[in-house]
Write a protein that binds this ligand. Structure first.
Ligand code: SF4
Length: 80
């Protein structure tokens, strides 16, 4: 098991608000990115620009990883 992935990164969190990412793990290392979303209207569809933090999974990792100070079971050490 890796302790150097998004699931143990200081910058990850569960998004509680976003329509596209609510309940999912997101990366908050940088500000949200603008994502175009189609929205139904009475005359067709329109496109709205929505700010979204990038969704990530527990198995992913990038070069910006920063340990959240999680204890490694059985070692007494943190993962940084
Ligand atoms: S994408 Fe990088 S910075 Fe963001 S949570 Fe994952 S490891 Fe951390």
């Amino acid at each position: 098991m890796s302790y150097t992935n998004c699931g143990h990164c200081l910058h990850s969190s569960i998004d509680l608000q976003g329509d596209q990412t609510a309940g999912k793990m997101v990366c908050r290392r940088y500000p949200p990115v603008a994502v175009p979303v189609t929205v139904p209207t009475a005359t067709g569809v329109s496109i709205q620009i929505v700010p979204v933090f990038p969704p990530v999974t527990d198995a992913q990792r990038c070069g910006e990883f920063a340990a959240a100070g999680v204890k490694i079971p059985g070692t007494g050490r943190t993962d940084n």
